[in-house]
Ligand binder design. Structure first.
Ligand SMILES: [Mg+2]
Length: 544
């Protein structure tokens, strides 16, 4: 069980300017800045291990989730880890049922995202103390212990604890073989990175070509802003990938129910497997209507990345409103709540295809889906996990994709299941990053945090965030010197020209030549003021 008492919990606001290149753009989020609330839990255990967790956001509002994490931290700090995981169901309920904080939820919105970030960090710490990657911790747990982590409140009309136990016990059969299969071949993935809505056709073609070369066979296209654009882009992608590969569509909640049916019907000729988030994530009956109307066309409905909690999933399943369950490791209340949805999906025989479009989501959700296959679903039919090719370089242990499949993370300092215990990647000194590794990310985070605190306009902040990311640390001092020289020259120029203008005004100079000269000088003053401000802000970027 767990070791140590939680001494502290720190939450940081981490943002990446992905909107600059339209990464992640879709019909409802044209300019997302992939961001995260990043939580670190420390204990007094002599092992010095820390728990790292996150929840995903799109930029603005991340600070709200940081506040929510801080508001919830009183439930975690000074608690023994043993006490938390020894009654994980109770702890989950304590976090989600705080008598005052639940008013700004319950189990939805910023406060639930915060719950996910905290619990993800707790699971990370627990797995590290056990010396296992998270998926392996889950796979090795006794069915009753797994159930003790789940809050069944509000879902017993769809799945009782006894039914869940039966599912998990059935999953014990063939478990070892499935684990070996995962270790050898990995879990199948699909890519969303070729066809964000903001990408021009040329970029889309190039990315499809590269993805096909890399062995990808499943592709998702963002749709929903303009029908003619969608027809053109779907035709282009279908021609690129051929009839044998799989195509999926994602509208990110853009349409009314009737509109969704009409729009998707017009895209049916491209043989999409599913339409994802056709309408509001809260509209269970709307999804059911769409699912019923599109079924004859062979198009399923997928949703889940913005389903607040297990109760929404329960209703979607009960109403036969979806054909693919897209759990999210940070939208639901971490592993605890995801377990309940995986089990409900199994009972209703609906495949789980997790959402992973965001920073850190691939790194997190791979553990859940690998566990799902080994211990719950036992099937790969119609199943795949989303993959996006962004920001993995900020993780110490980024996801490993081979033959378009997620390879199970193999971090294990004890070596009992480690297939390559001598490699640097698997060395105990780097075990602190289990499902989410942020030691590299933390350096960027310092720079971005400083920029975020500067309370400037967004365009200027983007410019500076880009500098922090693209300007190598060893060149920042040189760059800074150039800026300072320019600033000095501009300031001198301002002093001279200002006095010249004053002199002209005093001498009542008003002919055209003088007026034009004065306007040019005013422009220069304005420009130098901008540069002064820019240079001042750049000085806030750490030069490490
Ligand atoms: Mg989506």
């Amino acid at each position: 069980m767990g070791r140590g008492r939680v001494l502290g919990l720190a939450a940081s606001d981490v943002r990446f300017p992905t909107s600059l290149a339209r990464h992640g753009s879709d019909a409802m989020h044209p300019d997302p800045d992939y961001s995260a609330v990043y939580v670190v839990i420390e204990t007094d255990a002599p092992d010095g291990l820390k728990g790292y967790g996150l929840t995903f956001t799109l930029g603005k509002g991340t600070e709200v989730v940081v506040c929510a994490v801080n508001a919830l931290s009183a439930h975690v700090v000074n608690k023994d880890l043993d006490e938390i995981i020894g009654d994980f169901r109770g702890f989950y309920r304590q976090l989600t049922s705080d008598g005052q904080l639940r008013w700004i939820g319950p189990e939805k919105g910023a406060v639930h995202l915060a719950t996910a970030a905290i619990l993800n960090a707790v699971w990370d710490l627990w797995a590290k103390q056990e010396g296992k990657p998270l998926w392996k911790l889950l796979v090795d747990m006794d069915p009753k212990q797994l159930l003790s982590c789940i809050d069944f409140r509000y879902i017993t009309d769809a799945l009782t604890e006894e039914e869940a136990l039966t599912i998990l016990q059935s999953g014990l059969v063939g478990k070892k073989q499935r684990e070996e299969q995962m270790l050898e071949y990995g879990y199948p993935a699909y890519t969303t990175s070729c066809a964000w809505l903001g990408y021009p056709d040329q970029q889309l073609k190039q990315l499809c070509t590269e993805a096909l070369k890399d062995g990808w066979t499943r592709f998702k296209v963002k749709v929903g802003a303009d029908l003619q654009d969608d027809i053109r882009r779907c035709r282009l992608v279908r021609e690129m990938i051929g009839p044998e590969n799989i195509l999926m569509l994602d509208a990110n909640q853009r349409w009314e129910v009737k509109e969704a049916i009409e729009w998707v019907s017009k895209l049916a000729e491209f043989k999409p497997l599913w339409i994802e988030e056709p309408t509001s994530p809260d509209d269970i009956l709307g999804h059911a209507t769409i699912a019923k109307a599109l079924a004859p066309l062979g198009i399923g409905v997928a949703t889940g990345e913005q389903c607040h909690n297990r109760v929404i999933f329960k209703q979607l399943l009960q109403a036969q409103a979806l054909s693919y369950v897209q759990v999210d490791s940070c939208r639901l209340g971490s592993v605890n709540e995801n377990l309940s949805v995986l089990l409900m999906a199994k009972k209703f025989q609906v495949p789980v295809c997790p959402h992973a479009g965001g920073v850190g989501l691939c790194e997190l959700v791979q553990h859940l889906i690998i566990f799902d296959y080994i211990s719950i679903s036992g099937s790969l039919e119609n199943r795949m996990c989303e993959y996006v090719d962004h920001l993995h370089e900020h993780f110490k242990y980024p996801v490993v994709i081979k033959n378009a499949s997620y390879m199970p993370p193999q971090l294990n300092p004890l070596g009992s299941t480690n297939r390559n215990p001598t490699s640097e990647q698997h060395s105990p000194s780097k075990m602190e990053q289990n499902p989410t590794s942020f030691s590299h990310l933390k350096q960027e985070q310092v720079a971005l945090d400083d920029l975020n605190k500067s309370q400037q306009s967004m365009p200027r902040r983007y410019r500076q965030a880009s500098l922090a990311l693209i300007c190598p640390a060893e060149h920042r001092n040189s760059f800074w010197r150039i800026i300072r020289t320019w600033e000095l020259l501009c300031t001198l120029c301002c002093i001279i020209t200002k006095s010249r203008i004053t002199a002209m005004e005093n001498s009542s100079a008003s002919h055209n030549g003088h007026r034009k000269w004065s306007l040019n000088i005013c422009t220069l003053i304005h420009y130098s003021d901008e540069m002064f401000s820019f240079a001042t802000n750049i000085s806030q970027v750490p030069h490490n």
